[in-house]
Design a protein around this ligand. Structure first.
Ligand code: ADP
Length: 478
C-alpha cells in the first residue's frame, strides 16, 4: 500500500504534524492511505498571520505578476494532468475520465483568472459637485478563508483560489479531509509556479480546523462549499464577526421531462445528471419529474441504460460509475436509500440498499412513483440515487420542481419554445438547463442557486469579482 504523508503549507514552508486523520482509496482500501495532520487553532493563527503579512506585498506586486503566476499554475496543472487525475481517482473514487476532465477544468479556471487579473475595470464619473470627479475602484478584500469539499477536489479550490489571487487577495485554505492529498498536490503546484510565499496557505484537518478559520479575526471574508449544516455554521461565524461570506451547498435538483421531448436524449440527460460521478455533484438530478403520458416508456428506457453502466475501479477506463468517496458516505446513502425503500408508494426499480457491494460502492438506484412527501423529494441524497415523479402535465411538473427549499439547478426536456421560455421565467433555481443535464456547468459564467442552496455573491466567471473585491469610491478635486 502507498502511504502519502501530508504537511500543512504556511508562508511557503511545509509544516509537518502528527497524522491524526486518514483517507483510503474508496475502491480498494489496500491501495492508498493518505495520512493527514490536523491544524489546531494556533497553527491556523500562524497561517492567517502569514496571509496577513503577505497581503500588502502581494497586492502591490501588481496585476501582471499575478496574471503571470496564475498562468504558470494553469500550465503546471496541465503538465501534471495524468498524475493529478490518477491521484483524484485513487483518493476520492472519481473515475479517471471524470478526474481528467476536472483537472483540465481547473487549469482553464486558472487561465481564465490570469486574464481577469488584467481586466479589473473601475469607473470614473463627474461628481454632482461641479469641478470634482468620482472614481470607483475594486480593491482586494484582504485575507480570504476558503473551505472546500471533496467532490471536486481540484476544480472547487481552483474556482476559489484563482479569483482570490487575481483580485489581489491572500488565502488561508482548508481542503476536505477526504481530498487532502489532491489539495496538497495543487498547493505544491501553486508554490512551484512562483506564487508569492504566504499568498496561499494550506492548513489540513476537519471541522475544527475549518471552524478555527471561520472564527479567526484576521480573516476578512469566508468562501465555503459543502453541506447545508456546515454552511449554516460558516454563515453564523461570519455574521458574528461581520465579514463577507458565500456558502455553496446542496440541491434536490429536478429535471422535468415533457411528453414533447426527444425521449432518448431526455433519458441520456437524466442518466448523466443523476448517476455520473456517482451522483456526488451538488447539481446532480435527484428528482426526475415525468409527464405521465411517457412515464412508462421513460422508466423502461432509463432502467435499461442504467443497467448498461458499469460500476467498477475508477482507474479502469471501462468504468462508468466509481465508488462513493468514503465508508461514511456509503453508510449515509444506504440509510437514505433504505428509508426511501420503506416509504409506502415509491417503487424500487433498480439498485437499492440491499445490493451488497464491496468497499464504498453503491449501486445506481432508481425509484418510480415517488411522491412529494417522500424523503428524496426534500432532502439531498449525495449519491447515485434518483426518483421518478409522475405528473399530469407541465403545470403540475413546474409546481413540483418549485416544491423545494433548495434551488440550485433545474432542467427541462422539451421540444417546445413555449414551455422552455415559461420554465426559464418561473422555475425557481439559480441555473436552468434546457435539454441539458442539471449537472455539468461552464467555468466562465456565474454559478450558484437560490433558497437553501446558496448564500452570498455568485462564484465563477466575471461574477467572482463581487465577492473578492470591495468597492472603493474616491472623490477628487484639483
Ligand atoms: P461534506 O460532508 O459534503 O464534505 P461538510 O460540510 O461536512 O460537507 O464539509 C465541507 C468542508 O467543510 C470540509 O472541508 C470540512 O472539513 C469542512 N467543515 C466541516 N465542519 C466544519 C465547521 N464546523 N466549520 C468549518 N468547516 C467545516
Amino acid at each position: 500500500m502507498q502511504v502519502i504523508e501530508l504537511s500543512h503549507h504556511i508562508g511557503g514552508e511545509l509544516v509537518a504534524g502528527e497524522a491524526q486523520l486518514a483517507q483510503y482509496n474508496p475502491a480498494d482500501a489496500t491501495d492508498l492511505k493518505v495520512a493527514i495532520p490536523v491544524a489546531d487553532a494556533a497553527l491556523v493563527a500562524k497561517a492567517v498571520a502569514s496571509a496577513e503579512e503577505a497581503f500588502g506585498r502581494f497586492r502591490d506586486q501588481g496585476i501582471e505578476a499575478r496574471s503571470d503566476a496564475l498562468a504558470r499554475v494553469a500550465s503546471l496543472i496541465n503538465a501534471q494532468s495524468d498524475e493529478l487525475a490518477r491521484l483524484i481517482a485513487r483518493e476520492t473514487g472519481k473515475t479517471l475520465g471524470d478526474a481528467k476532465g476536472e483537472v483540465g477544468r481547473a487549469a482553464r479556471i486558472f487561465s481564465f483568472f490570469a486574464g481577469e487579473a488584467l481586466r479589473i475595470v473601475g469607473e470614473r464619473l463627474e461628481s454632482t459637485r461641479n469641478g470634482a470627479m468620482v472614481e470607483i475602484e475594486y480593491a482586494p478584500k484582504g485575507v480570504i478563508g476558503q473551505i472546500t469539499p471533496w467532490n471536486f477536489p481540484i476544480a472547487i479550490p481552483a474556482w476559489k483560489i484563482a479569483p482570490a489571487l487575481a483580485f489581489g487577495n491572500t488565502v488561508v485554505w482548508k481542503p476536505s479531509e477526504l481530498s487532502s492529498a489532491t489539495g496538497a498536490a495543487l498547493m505544491a503546484i501553486i508554490a512551484k509556479a512562483g506564487v508569492m510565499p504566504g499568498a496561499v496557505n494550506m492548513v489540513l484537518g476537519a471541522g475544527e480546523t475549518g471552524a478555527a478559520i471561520c472564527s479567526h479575526p484576521g480573516v476578512d471574508a469566508l468562501s465555503f462549499t459543502g453541506s447545508v449544516a456546515t454552511g449554516k455554521k460558516v454563515r453564523m461565524a461570519a455574521a458574528e464577526r461581520g465579514v463577507a461570506v458565500q456558502t455553496e451547498m446542496g440541491g434536490v435538483n429536478a429535471l422535468l421531462v415533457l411528453k414533447d421531448c426527444d425521449l432518448n436524449s431526455a433519458v441520456e440527460t437524466a442518466l448523466n445528471g443523476a448517476f455520473l460521478a456517482a451522483g456526488q455533484r451538488c447539481t446532480a438530478t435527484s428528482r426526475i419529474i415525468v409527464e405521465e403520458a411517457i412515464a412508462d416508456a421513460f422508466v423502461e428506457r432509463l432502467s435499461l441504460r442504467i443497467s448498461e453502466h458499469r460500476l467498477g475501479d475508477p482507474l479502469d477506463t471501462g468504468t462508468h460509475i466509481g465508488p462513493l468517496a468514503s465508508k461514511g458516505q456509503k453508510e449515509l446513502i444506504s440509510r437514505q436509500s433504505a428509508a426511501m425503500e420503506r416509504h409506502p408508494g415509491a417503487q424500487l426499480v433498480f439498485g437499492g440498499s440491499a445490493e451488497a457491494l464491496p468497499e464504498c460502492f453503491f449501486a445506481p438506484t432508481l425509484f418510480d412513483h415517488a411522491k412529494a412527501t417522500d424523503p428524496i423529494a426534500q432532502e439531498e441524497i449525495f449519491g447515485p440515487v434518483a426518483a421518478v415523479f409522475r405528473v399530469a402535465d407541465y403545470e403540475a411538473g413546474l409546481a413540483m420542481v418549485n416544491d423545494s427549499r433548495f434551488g440550485l439547478s433545474a432542467g427541462l426536456c422539451t421540444g417546445s419554445l413555449k414551455y422552455s421560455e415559461h420554465f426559464k421565467r418561473y422555475a425557481r433555481a439559480g441555473m436552468l438547463m434546457i435539454n441539458l443535464p442539471t449537472a455539468g456547468i461552464d467555468y466562465h459564467v456565474p454559478f450558484g442557486g437560490v433558497g437553501a442552496s446558496s448564500y452570498g455573491a455568485r462564484e465563477q466567471g466575471r461574477a467572482a469579482k463581487a465577492f473578492y473585491t470591495h468597492t472603493r469610491t474616491t472623490y477628487l478635486k484639483a
